[in-house]
Design a protein around this ligand. Sequence first.
Ligand SMILES: *Cc1c(COP(=O)(O)O)cnc(C)c1O
Length: 386
Amino acid sequence: MIPYGRQDITQADIDEVVAVLQSDFLTQGPMVPRFEERVAAYCGVAHGVAVSSGTAALHVACRALDLGPGDLLWTSPITFVASANCALYCGADVDFVDIDPATYNMSTDALATKLAAAERVGRLPQIVMPVHLCGQSCDMRSIAELASRYGFRVIEDASHAIGARYQDRAVGCCEFSDIAVFSFHPVKIITTAEGGMAMTADAQLARQMQRLRSHGITRDESEMTGASHGPWYYEQTDLGYNYRMTDLQAALGVSQMERIDAYVQRRHELAQRYDRLLAGMPVTTPRQHADTYSSFHLYVIRLRLGELRKSHRQVFEALRDLGIAVNLHYIPVPMHPYMRQMGLAFDATPEAAAYYAEAITLPLFPTLTEADQDRVVAALGRALAE
Ligand SMILES: *Cc1c(COP(=O)(O)O)cnc(C)c1O
């Protein structure tokens, strides 16, 4: 089977992790701040808060922005369930903004329309969470303009998009958002096995997320409500979690950061090669907006079903049968039984439904060989054939 994504682990990565195993600190040592500084410098932003997963980063981001019961978060229907779950963890409600049919990211037009309607009924969101699907940035400048007009905060779910750029800035710079979140799951651009990081330009938000990742505890006297009892003293000032990243994970992350640009460049080469090889087939290849430089976490094609005699499911199954571990990113989040049973009235998202009926994710990762890519293309040709 050719997988849809795969991590790349070098001897240098292994050596860095082993060095931590032989050191004094397996967790809460020097590697986590080193990794945070490395990623923050790469993004050109002041702060990075490393946590145990991308999901944990989304959760502490929502908490730091005070999302709570009675509040509302809007995100894209075409995302991983974590983008919505982080709001539900806070007791808030979620709703979904339909996607742009060209980029499959949250549509800025749909967002503007939905905001105008929400303002009329007095139910504006506290947070909007654009998701940079496949690694291509959303239209952040327009979203930031809407944020200042309607007064919501912005968390970028940039789980797919470390290494990507938008209008000549690194995704994660937070110029158009309050917080941007990366995931370091093994299928993502770089990995720490499990892990995530919340980027922010705001020192206070960073401090809050640092406390929330470690039980809501502070050792900083200026943050305490009373006088210190002595050198052993710390205070729990908020309800936090154990969302800490280990030094083993951070060491792997620091080592992987050495190759991030090479990874993204290789993903681009392979994506362009797919574009060429798939030209002439009854599929729509990924469209790139001129403002963006994608990290190409995923290469998603859409079947032009009107030109095919096979169904979406038949093509998908044929590819799996031919040894290609294609995937589908994603089942629209509001379709999941858990989301439906919450009794929330989600707005209809017809573009997301149309996407779901046609999308297939082809294998793409930096160590995919051209020979394996040729196998994928040949298998797709056979799967599409009548
Ligand atoms: C991977 C992913 C997450 C969650 O990241 P984890 O590190 O697996 O918790 C959230 N959102 C999106 C869009 C993702 O792809």
